[in-house]
Write a new protein. Sequence first.
Length: 287
Amino acid sequence: MKPFDFVQPTTTDAVLAALVEHSSNVRILCGGTDYVVELKYVAQSPGVVVDVSRLEDLKGIELTDAGLRIGAGVTHSEIMADPLIAEHAPAMIDAAHTVGAVQTRNLGTLGGNLVTCVPSMDSGPTLLALDAQVTILGPKGTRQIDLSKFFVGVRKTALEPDELLLEVIIPKDNLGKPAGFIKFGLRKGQALALVNAASAFWVDDGKFKDVRIALGAVAPVVMRAIKAEAHLEGQAISLELIDEAAKLSIDEAKPIDDFRASKEYRNSLIEVGARRTLQAVLDLANG
Ligand SMILES: Cc1cc2nc3c(=O)[nH]c(=O)nc-3n(C[C@H](O)[C@H](O)[C@H](O)COP(=O)(O)OP(=O)(O)OC[C@H]3O[C@@H](n4cnc5c(N)ncnc54)[C@H](O)[C@@H]3O)c2cc1C
């Protein structure tokens, strides 16, 4: 590990000042479960590491006029234990539960997971299925974008070097929307996703409404299976249609072929993941 300076500001103003001052050579750290691993292998020192884990502005889970606000510094364990998440977005608990082991979940944060932006991240699919938005803070103030636009590429987000991810918001209209999450790995615990998936929809007068199917580890960024969603939208609920949509999901993904799993195997996981999560949503919607 190369030497670096380490600062622990307690206000967002101080964080932004540090990011601006050292903009060419600065990195943020929160729980450190991704970044400390990366730090061990970087050829060049990051210069200055800004620890944001003490920022009150990044903490807390609360209902606001906009919806359910989850601070970027909230840990996966906090998500799992939170009554508001359990009431309004319980699929997030299923996703958080699959992140690493208890030690990883105690330190690792939602914001860190999204900013690392690897295709296999476990927070992404459920949040995408619930149309989450993110609030970004930079020297010019805050800006809010859809999570789908936050993911730009493998390990690349819409964040500028002098910006900080502040919070994730699940819009008010989507609170309580039935949603399901599933993760497939090489073993049941402590495994990165070969494929993960989340689905959500409302049942409106016996029809699919606002259908979302989100897939992880099958493309450079967590993605929605738009054609499969459209196949269901507005149609009368049926298991046959769910089967068809699950098959269609494969067409939109671009899974890799590597030592962990073949492309064909991942394709079959996409279909199974989409089908099981859609069926789980139907079960939830039917009470
Ligand atoms: C043993 C192990 C198992 C793991 N298993 C899983 C798993 O099963 N599923 C999974 O999805 N992940 C897994 N991870 C990855 C990791 O734990 C998560 O991605 C975690 O949520 C990262 O959060 P963090 O706070 O530790 O991020 P950090 O390591 O602190 O930061 C990660 C990145 O995000 C940036 N960053 C952090 N917070 C902010 C912010 N507020 N604003 C701007 N930039 C920010 C940092 O600069 C860095 O680039 C695992 C990691 C380990 C070590």
